[in-house]
Write a protein that binds this ligand. Structure first.
Ligand SMILES: Cc1cc2nc3c(=O)[nH]c(=O)nc-3n(C[C@H](O)[C@H](O)[C@H](O)COP(=O)(O)OP(=O)(O)OC[C@H]3O[C@@H](n4cnc5c(N)ncnc54)[C@H](O)[C@@H]3O)c2cc1C
Length: 424
């Protein structure tokens, strides 16, 4: 008997017939391009303040990362406080890191309003080497004042309480981390945007933005829309629409698989506390039990260059089996990819360029950051003080010879893989 084909839609996306196309206004106050977490959170703000707001997406609702992510929620500012201090000074660094903490707090509060299956199971951060473990333990002991997170150090001898694997050299537990259902969060944000008064139209790509005396004329698949303000909320799917932004975000494929159901008891034996698991390698992998506790959802960077997700299944399965040799013959039922947006300084960026608002660059960790900064940019479009952030006005760097195709990605992945293999 041949096995069932692998589904290339995310585990939480139920294939359903597309609803009819919604009617679309030809003139609005605010046009948001991109109906993911960022665009919908921004639209809610502008619409609720009485600005006529239209959200357009090239694909179905949440066609980008906002329906494709792993649903893990953690503090998500990548550069350390020390690195940020060296670059911007301690005060700005502190405020940037606070935004990361506030983003999680804000999502936790939002999850009280939106039923998105929020589960505060925490996260085990596995150390790839003994050196990584010592560094983690030191950092957990010496967190910057005012930026503390609850962290407990788990030596290798106690690791089986977190994960039935010898792959890691101990690690740290972040008990306040959580996971959620990515699509339920998306639909909740859409509902809030619509209830605020926004119109959301999918399957309507925007192909050009032209500046006019009183705003913008935006060319879409369904005709020209005139808007006083435009927000680019296109993140890793930014494309050629705005060459300035394209030179500043690096689209990178992030790949995930879901195993076949292998039984709640077996999963509980592998990950006893049902936490998210992330590790300290440069080419990081992340995984967790599915919401029903029957499967493992496993993600990471599977190839040097971008590939069909089906081609990556073998490699991701091998990566999973290195951690859990018990699962070496488990079947995979789902495999999918989405385009995250990295930036050259690994910080998110939001603001205005040439009159065009933008909010993007979450470096693969936008589940808490995108709704949070999306809300802030919406407030900025309204001219509200609450919209100010610690990231405002920071330079949004590019690199010479970078025009949107990350030619340096394959050599970088190779170099990082080598560093990981050498256990550095
Ligand atoms: C496999 C995977 C796993 C991930 N796991 C996690 C995780 O566990 N935790 C975490 O914090 N983050 C995770 N992320 C990242 C997170 O999903 C994203 O950072 C977040 O969803 C970004 O939201 P967004 O609204 O900015 O962008 P997106 O959701 O990507 O939305 C951008 C939208 O813009 C639309 N668009 C682009 N161009 C046009 C155009 N010209 N006209 C109209 N529409 C356009 C696209 O169709 C797309 O829908 C993951 C991502 C992937 C792919």
């Amino acid at each position: 008997m041949t096995p069932d084909p692998i589904c290339t839609a995310p585990l939480w996306v139920q294939p359903a017939p597309m609803p009819p196309l919604s009617a679309m206004p030809a003139r609005v106050d605010v046009l948001v391009i991109g109906a993911g977490y960022t665009g919908l959170a921004a639209a809610r703000e502008t619409a609720a303040a009485g600005r006529s707001t239209l959200v357009l997406d090239a694909g179905g609702l949440g066609a980008g990362c906002s329906s494709r992510n792993g649903g893990q929620v953690a503090y998500s500012i990548k550069p350390s406080f020390e690195r940020l201090s060296a670059k911007f000074g301690a005060e700005v660094a502190f405020r940037i890191c606070r935004e990361g903490l506030d983003a999680v707090t804000s999502l936790r509060a939002l999850a009280q309003e939106i039923d998105c299956d929020w589960r505060a199971a925490g996260c085990f951060f596995g150390a790839h080497t003994a050196g990584h473990f010592s560094k983690m333990a030191r950092e957990a002991e010496n967190q910057p004042r005012g930026l503390e997170q609850r962290i407990s150090v788990v030596p290798k001898a106690e690791q089986y309480g977190e994960i039935a694997s010898d792959f890691y050299q101990g690690g740290c537990v972040y008990p306040d981390d959580a996971c959620l259902d990515p699509v339920r969060l998306l639909l909740g944000l859409e509902r809030r945007a619509r209830e605020g008064g926004a119109t959301v139209v999918d399957r309507c790509p925007v192909s050009a933005i032209q500046r006019m005396a009183d705003g913008f004329a935006v060319q879409t698949a369904r005709g020209v829309v005139h808007a006083r303000q435009v927000l680019l909320a296109t993140n890793g799917y930014s494309g050629p629409l705005s060459p300035w932004h394209r030179r500043r975000v690096i689209p990178i494929g992030s790949y995930q698989i879901a195993t076949e159901p292998i039984g709640v008891e077996r999963i509980r034996a592998l990950i006893p506390r049902g936490r998210n698991i992330v590790d300290s390698r440069r080419i990081v992998v992340y995984f967790r039990p599915s919401a029903d506790g029957e499967r493992i959802i496993f993600g990471g960077r599977a190839a040097l260059a971008e590939k069909d997700p089906l081609v990556c299944v073998l490699r991701l399965r091998r990566m999973l089996a290195r951690i859990f040799p018990q699962l070496k013959s488990v079947r995979v039922t789902h495999a999918w990819v989405g385009w995250v947006a990295y930036t050259f300084d690994t910080l998110p960026h939001l603001g205005q360029h040439d009159g065009l608002y933008y909010c993007m660059g979450y470096c693969g960790q936008g589940v808490p950051l995108a709704p949070y900064f999306g809300k802030r940019i919406g407030q900025q479009m309204l001219g509200l003080k609450e919209g100010q952030t610690a990231l405002d006005g920071l330079p949004f760097p590019s690199r010479p010879y970078y025009f949107g195709t990350p030619w340096f990605l394959a050599p970088s992945v190779l170099a990082y893989r080598t560093i990981d293999a050498l256990g550095l």
